[in-house]
Design a protein around this ligand. Structure first.
Ligand SMILES: N[C@@H](CCC(=O)N[C@@H](CSS)C(=O)NCC(=O)O)C(=O)O
Length: 293
């Protein structure tokens, strides 16, 4: 099994994947064969939102069995339309790749916010279907991937970028991906919070190195410090919500608006049953969902 570790070459002036320009890397155009388009379209949920800037192409996609959101982002103004997926699910990979093909995008990265416990990531399957796509996860996750990111790293796609923020607490390796802080980046900013912060909720902290103390600190220091109009896109929603903002969650999140001791007590008393897929999902996701297939 080959394991590609993300090492920053010395020619990089900053901790970023921006130098891995799609202009210079031989990423192939996407090709999904053998799946009738009608079949793919019937799996497509009607969860989409419009672009946040003239350049960004953005789609919010839903997988209903695990109530997981996958996000598609692309630089639509760039000649090659480089794209990335955040938190793809194995069951909806064909739908996502078909959409990418329809939109004429070139998928370059498949990112995970963390090692999921409730579903198998689509990353490995995507890599087998679209050679050249790089899987990305945090180094702190301990999981296999082509590229390991750390806090402060930047993941570029065309002229757009995502900044990596460490938000442990749901799991040890959880990160939040945030769009860039510059006038040519999407306004308002967008944060892909994984399971750290859910809309009017947050990820559980009772397994995979979870810690309510750490989660409280992560959300308050890394997410609630973003501009109040920052759009929040979580990895799950169980109530029918699609998007929130930092300002909204700072006012109305029933867990994170409390003081730390109350928060810890809430998290200790959630009494949630373990995810049904946990015993299958965690080992598979430690190799980014069949990383080397
Ligand atoms: N019933 C689902 C799992 C639901 C669950 O535990 N969700 C997690 C995120 S996926 S590990 C969570 O953190 N929930 C927080 C909450 O307050 O609900 C299944 O069996 O898969």
């Amino acid at each position: 099994m080959l394991h590609f570790r993300f090492i920053r070459p010395s020619l990089f002036t900053s901790n970023s994947l921006c130098n891995l320009s799609p202009k210079t890397l031989p990423f192939p155009l996407i090709s999904v064969s053998g799946i009738p388009n009608s079949q793919l379209r019937s799996q497509m949920a009607s969860y989409t939102t419009s672009s946040q800037s003239s350049k960004l192409l953005f789609r919010q996609l839903f997988e209903k069995e695990s109530s997981t959101y996958t996000y598609l982002l692309a630089d639509a103004s760039h000649p090659e339309k480089p794209a990335l997926l955040i938190d793809p699910v194995d069951k909806t990979v064909d739908r996502d790749l078909s959409l990418i093909q329809d939109l004429g995008l070139k998928l370059i990265y498949a990112l995970n916010t963390h090692v999921h416990a409730d579903h198998v990531t689509g990353t490995g399957l995507i890599k087998s279907k679209v050679p050249g796509v790089k899987s990305v996860i945090s180094k702190a996750s301990g999981s296999k991937a082509d590229l390991w990111v750390e806090p402060g790293d930047k993941i570029c796609f065309g002229d757009l970028l995502l900044e990596v923020r460490a938000t442990p607490g749901h799991t040890l390796g959880c990160v939040t991906y945030v769009t860039g802080d510059a006038p040519d980046q999407p306004q308002p900013r967008m944060a892909f919070t994984g399971d750290a912060l859910l809309i009017r909720g947050c990820g559980r902290t009772d397994f995979q190195g979870g810690s309510s103390q750490q989660l409280y600190k992560s959300v308050h220091s890394q997410i609630f410090t973003l501009p109040k109009d920052t759009l929040l896109y979580p990895a799950h929603d169980y109530k029918g919500f699609t998007v929130s903002t930092v300002g909204e969650e700072m006012l109305y999140n029933p867990r994170l608006t409390k003081d730390e001791e109350t928060f810890k007590s809430i998290m200790e008393n959630l009494k949630l049953s373990y995810p049904k897929m946990m015993d299958i999902a965690v080992p598979a996701n430690m190799v980014c969902g069949l990383q080397d297939m």
